[in-house]
Design a binder for this molecule. Structure first.
Ligand code: S3P
Length: 204
């Protein structure tokens, strides 16, 4: 189970190998685009809501996991297998950095995108961040039949979800401008709620 070691490893790499992503000092940079950025746990519906939102707003939609898969030519599970979680996080950090510099978009991030401080800073300074929240029961229900998420490929999936949420919820809350409880809500309802919160209802 992930326990913060991957992020410690990232810091270690930065300090010892001179690896510094181009966005290592995001606080010094102005907000360059008003992205709508969705964060939240695996299975909460970031991609479905994001796609719907992008369509309503006639904006491009990107999913950081999909961008990483396209760039590497392999799926996320394979990256975890060969490079471990730490390797995946480095790729995720880089992908988010590149995406943030593009024109205004709707961006769905991976559930662990908030783990690295540089990624959190990038997200916070490049748009409005929405935390899509769901209960452990709901997240379990939505992910129980999928097997493409390496961190949930464990015997006790519900427990893994609970542990990840306990660790990450403070980071989601700290990064987000708004939180939406998605339990018992449809994708359409959630997308409309984002529009309301951002005062964009007339654009849809
Ligand atoms: C992860 C979430 C996944 C993907 C990877 C790791 C996480 O994305 O980035 O498997 O650490 O929560 P989704 O949240 O889109 O499933």
């Amino acid at each position: 189970m992930y326990n913060g070691a991957a992020c410690d490893y990232l810091d270690f790499l930065r300090q010892t190998s001179g690896f510094l992503p181009p966005d290592a000092t995001p606080f010094l940079r102005p907000v360059t685009a008003e992205h709508i950025i969705l964060i939240g746990a695996m299975g909460v519906g970031k991609s479905s809501v994001g796609r719907k939102l992008a369509k309503k707003l006639n904006r491009p939609f990107y999913d950081s996991d999909q961008v990483i898969e396209e760039k590497t030519g392999v799926d996320i599970a394979t990256i975890f297998e060969y490079e471990g979680e730490a390797g995946f996080r480095l790729r995720e950090e880089k992908a988010i950095g590149e995406l943030c510099r593009r024109q205004a978009m709707v961006l769905a991030t991976g559930g662990g995108a908030v783990l690295a401080a540089p990624s959190r800073n990038l997200l916070m300074t490049h748009g409005t961040v929405i935390y899509l929240k769901a209960s452990i029961d709901m997240l379990f229900k939505r992910t129980r039949h999928s097997n493409h998420r390496p961190l949930l490929n464990v015997p006790d999936k519900r427990r893994a979800i609970a542990e990840l949420l306990e660790q990450r919820e403070p980071l989601y809350l700290q990064t987000a401008d708004h939180t939406i409880d998605t339990d018992r809500r449809t994708v359409s309802w959630t997308a409309n709620r984002v529009l309301q919160l951002l005062d964009l209802t007339t654009e849809s």
